[in-house]
Design a protein around this ligand. Structure first.
Ligand SMILES: [Zn+2]
Length: 298
């Protein structure tokens, strides 16, 4: 397109060639593909040299791409028990055990590196969890929970992505509860006002948002055949822990501690193994697709 234009307007082509030759490497690199138009000009060799020397180190120095790093975030911990089940189970223990099982399965596949925001029973503020993911340059962030709802009859898994506008009242209430987890760390400003929710949401790039949505639908697809789901299981709300600008992030509610059957199931290692298996399958699907692959180089 640009080359054709240059053929019909030699004066313009000449001016640009001189500019490129004069300003050198930086501008030549920024000209990108448009540089093809100047290959037939007097500036050819200078530009080609500049582009070659710019590109060479990237090619020569490229080692085998590292395995993608999946960041697992077991919810709550330490002085924050999370939801307390109808028979007294603490959400923090369920989250930790399920994350440890998912870590085991992901590592066993040999396809991923895995890092955890916590591997023991300790309190970590929500922002700290996001920071840990950034420190590891994670490709994907998965927060794992089993919260409580006021309606104890509601059971099933669900997955949440960040949005300034909650998909429904239940998700808005969940995000409010989750965001208030930081109260265990002392008094501070909570992210529960509509203004803060909108700001949180605006931090996330469009690419990250697409990645998170893709991961959320992968989780729903992987869960559907074997694990009970809420109706409309892919939901969104303003969860602070999902605010990373450039790491696709999801929060998985593996079930609800407020429901007797969900609580009983999540207490069993066999059930947690099945949940982790479905989540591992979702991670596989995520990275097998184009959306996931672009994150490998990020
Ligand atoms: Zn939770």
């Amino acid at each position: 397109m640009d080359a054709d234009h240059s053929e019909r307007a030699p004066a313009g082509r000449g001016r640009r060639a001189v500019l490129l030759a004069t300003l050198g490497a930086g501008l030549a690199a920024r000209a990108g593909d448009a540089g093809a138009a100047v290959h037939r000009t007097a500036a050819h060799s200078a530009v080609a040299h500049a582009r070659h020397s710019l590109r060479a180190p990237a090619i020569v120095g490229r080692a085998a791409a590292p395995l993608p790093l999946v960041m697992l975030d077991p919810g709550h911990g330490g002085k924050d028990p999370g939801a307390i089940g109808v028979s007294g189970t603490y959400e923090k223990h369920i989250a930790e055990a399920a994350a440890a099982e998912l870590q085991r399965q992901l590592l066993a596949s040999g396809a991923y590196r895995v890092a955890m925001t916590r591997t023991d029973d300790r309190f970590i503020p929500l922002e700290g969890r996001v920071e840990i993911a950034h420190a590891h340059s994670a490709s994907l962030f998965i927060s794992m929970h089993a919260d409580a709802l006021t309606d104890r009859s509601v059971r099933g898994a669900s997955v949440y992505t960040l949005s300034g506008q909650a998909s429904d009242a239940q998700s808005a209430a969940l995000a409010r509860t989750e965001n208030s987890a930081d109260r265990f760390g002392g008094p501070q400003v909570h992210a529960n006002s509509p203004e803060v929710a909108a700001i949180l949401s605006s931090l996330v790039s469009e690419e990250t948002r697409r990645g998170a949505a893709h991961m959320a639908s992968s989780v729903v697809d992987a869960f559907r055949p074997r694990i009970g789901l809420l109706s409309h299981p892919a939901r969104h709300a303003a969860f602070v822990v999902l605010k990373s600008a450039d790491i696709p992030s999801v929060l998985v509610e593996m079930g609800f501690m407020s429901n007797r059957m969900d609580e009983a199931a999540l207490r069993q290692a066999g059930h947690r193994m099945m949940v982790a298996g479905a989540m591992k399958q979702a991670v596989d699907r995520y990275f097998a697709s184009a959306g996931g692959v672009t994150r490998l180089t990020g």
